[in-house]
Design a protein around this ligand. Structure first.
Ligand code: FAD
Length: 440
């Protein structure tokens, strides 16, 4: 397909409509530019609530918003559904693969890359086959399918020994996502599913939280980690610290002690979920080669102080995939980075020549542990228990995109608290490969 260049206004092409890309696009609303946002999906995804989608609390629609809808009032912005595949730095052209197998070339004056990261299995094919990660809607729905199906399978089996592996859920990684997921599986089992089965008692579900470090939530203070651990213990989550998950099969998970490498344990578990480690998406490698820069150890692209790429002042990288000053891979870094780049581009297009450096303002961290328990850390402020839980809820609602999603989520949380039920438990058996290629 031919280059799209309808007008002479500078063309800003943004790859990725996650937190970084969306905020860059919005910041350019009043700039005298054309903006094209390219994403391989149709929706902006609120990753921090993926685990609630995976455990039947929220629907996929509640945590995602159509990109077109979010940009509907931004007259200078257009949206393209497709996967960025190649960059020609000389001719300043981005090539996008379309769903029907065709390609589209987009010429750019500025290219903003905000493609995020994906789950890393540290090279293990076997683990990637059996232990879904938690980065996309596909992941959340795959996890939901595994969890719900495991209870159904256990219900259909005659004796306790056969049921055991189906009722054992292993979660690899004790960061916020692992902790949230482990806690939610226990809550699903002990509250929502408690009275719905006839043969099994879902509350017998064993949830193993397998973590390599010496405390859960290592990005929080030791005190908040301790408080989170206490709640996890009360919920019945079995935490194993100082262990690496070294293999996962359809039937079991293998752990190796960090301190005693010969201490290898095997837990029969039909469901293992992977929340440890991220790596760059393939497009980051393509971009790095096209621009002649070296990716960091996680595959991120190094950027200058203004978030542009060295030697290519018209190419910008923001969010999780950008590497600068060890900034954490969190939504705030991506949002602030996107807004920063949008502002600098608007300034340059307006005739400005200076490029302000990006300064990150750390607003803090939050993690949900269980009903009425969350931890929040912002500077010296540390909240936990009920107060932390309310603060966590307010923060997440504030950052969800779209009024309808915010209202829907509050109503859903309220209904879940009042009725103890979880209604978003539908599972599908579609072939994800064909579903992703509807025209082939
Ligand atoms: C389970 C989970 C929980 C989290 N919880 C929190 C939290 O509580 N607080 C917090 O601050 N942060 C949290 N984070 C981190 C936060 O979500 C990320 O830091 C943030 O999403 C990064 O934004 P981004 O724009 O860099 O990338 P993303 O939001 O990942 O967006 C990348 C976009 O690029 C698109 N894309 C990728 N490759 C291509 C391509 N080749 N062509 C076209 N499009 C492409 C993707 O479809 C996606 O829309 C969490 C992350 C996860 C996974």
């Amino acid at each position: 397909m031919a280059l799209r260049s309808a007008s002479r206004k500078p063309h800003v092409v943004i790859v990725g409509a996650g937190f970084g890309g969306l905020h860059a696009a919005r910041r350019l609303k009043k700039a005298d530019v054309r903006v094209t946002v390219v994403d391989r999906g149709t929706s902006h995804l609120f990753q921090p609530l993926l685990y609630q989608c995976a455990t039947g609390l929220l629907s996929e629609g509640a945590i995602s918003s159509p990109i077109r809808h979010l940009l509907r009032r931004q007259r200078n912005a257009d949206v393209v559904l497709g996967e960025a595949k190649n960059v020609d730095a000389q001719s300043r052209t981005l090539t996008v693969d379309r769903l029907d197998g065709s390609t589209m070339d987009l010429s750019y004056d500025h290219l903003v890359v905000a493609v995020g990261m994906r789950t890393s299995y540290h090279g293990s094919e076997e683990i990637s086959r059996h232990a879904p990660g938690m980065k996309s809607l596909d992941d959340a729905l795959a996890i939901r399918r595994k969890i719900i199906a495991a209870f159904e399978m256990a219900e259909s089996l005659p004796d306790a020994q056969q049921r055991r592996p189906w009722l054992t859920f292993a979660v690899a990684g004790g960061g916020p996502t692992g902790v949230e997921l482990a806690g939610q599986i226990r809550e699903l089992a002990t509250i929502a599913l408690h009275h719905e089965f006839r043969c099994i008692d879902p509350a017998e579900a064993r949830v193993l939280l397998l973590h390599g470090g010496d405390r859960v939530l290592p990005s929080f203070s030791p005190d908040l980690s301790r408080r989170a651990q206490k709640i996890l213990d009360e919920l019945g989550v079995e935490t194993h610290l100082g262990v690496h998950v070294t293999n996962v099969t359809a039937e079991e998970v293998e752990t190796t002690s960090k301190a005693e490498p010969h201490e290898v344990l095997h837990y029969p578990a039909r469901t293992t979920l992977w929340t440890t480690g991220v790596e760059a998406v393939p497009f980051a490698g393509v971009l790095a080669r096209a621009l002649g820069v070296q990716q960091d150890h996680g595959g991120r692209i190094p950027v200058e102080a203004d978030l542009s790429v060295q030697g290519h002042p018209e190419v910008w990288v923001v969010g999780d995939v950008s590497s600068r000053d060890n900034l954490p891979g969190v939504a705030e870094v991506a949002m602030q980075g996107g807004r920063h780049v949008g502002a600098v581009i608007a300034h340059l297009v307006d005739g400005g020549t200076d490029r302000a450096p990006f300064r990150y303002r750390d607003l803090g961290n939050a993690a949900y542990i269980a009903r009425r328990h969350a931890v929040v850390q912002s500077g010296r402020l540390q909240l936990s228990g009920y107060v932390g839980w309310v603060a966590w809820g307010v923060i997440h609602i504030a950052f969800l995109a779209g009024v309808r999603n915010r209202l829907g989520t509050v109503v859903n949380w309220g209904a879940t608290l009042l009725t103890d039920s979880r209604r978003e438990r539908a599972i599908t058996y579609g072939d994800p490969e064909t579903a992703r290629q509807p025209y082939r």
